[in-house]
Design a protein around this ligand. Structure first.
Ligand code: HEM
Length: 203
């Protein structure tokens, strides 16, 4: 029997599945809203707005599962990024992805029960989950409750909108890169299997 680690408890898998699904819905409806006056608008504006709002609210509540799950369980420790030597570790991992991997070099940061993510993975997950998504939620809420936030002034809403749209693009790009890197596991599908059954196989 191969060694394996139970890295993805059911709450991580459920959060992740809802998050990924809502992301796809938000991208689809977000695009339709943004390009409502052009042929890129895939669904009717009013419908796109309602679905976008509902998906945004589901993603927001779902984010609380991620946040509190990480606070209350062991999973949060995998997101701790130590600044000392951090740049060096990122460069080492970058070298591996751009050179080492093609020469069959060993993984610079092999996965074990104390290390679930490599340094590049850790930094991108940290930035998207603890900076990108919270900012996306906050700016989304300002647009959903304009009367409340308009007290600060109309310009604040324009800035919110701009940040919301730019982040939408950044996080969409993150998602594409993320899915691509998930294919660079032991086999092309092994990371996806882990996200389905919870177990990471060690090789
Ligand atoms: C269709 C879309 C997606 C697919 C197929 C996918 C796939 C995966 C897979 C296979 C893993 C396990 C490998 C690993 O730990 O790196 C993973 C983990 C993860 N994904 Fe995704 N993902 C998707 C969308 C997203 C989105 C939109 C986000 C956030 C904005 C996200 C954030 C994460 C995070 C933070 C983890 C690590 C969770 C943990 O173990 O604590 N994913 N994803």
């Amino acid at each position: 029997m191969k060694d394996r680690i139970y890295f993805y408890p059911i709450w991580v898998r459920s959060w992740h599945a809802i998050n990924a699904l809502m992301f796809l819905v938000l991208i689809f409806t977000g695009f339709s809203i943004q390009y409502a006056t052009t042929s890129v608008s895939w669904i009717r504006f009013d419908r796109a707005v309602v679905v976008h709002d509902i998906a945004g609210l589901i993603l927001t509540f779902n984010y609380l599962i991620f946040l509190f799950g990480n606070i209350l369980s062991d999973n949060g420790r995998f997101y701790r990024f130590t600044l000392k030597g951090g740049l060096n570790r990122l460069i080492q991992q970058f070298h591996f992805y751009t050179m080492g991997i093609f020469k069959g070099a060993p993984y610079p940061f092999p996965i074990n029960k104390y290390r679930k993510f490599n340094p590049l993975q850790k930094l991108t997950y940290l930035l998207s989950m603890y900076l990108g998504i919270p900012l996306m939620i906050i700016t989304g809420l300002t647009l959903y409750f304009p009367a409340v936030f308009n007290l600060i002034g109309l310009t604040s809403l324009v800035i919110s909108d701009l940040i919301h749209i730019l982040l939408g693009y950044f996080l969409s790009i993150f998602m594409v890169i993320h899915v691509y890197f998930c294919t660079i596991g032991h086999t092309v599908t092994s990371n996806f299997k882990s996200m389905l059954n919870g177990w990471h196989e060690l090789h």
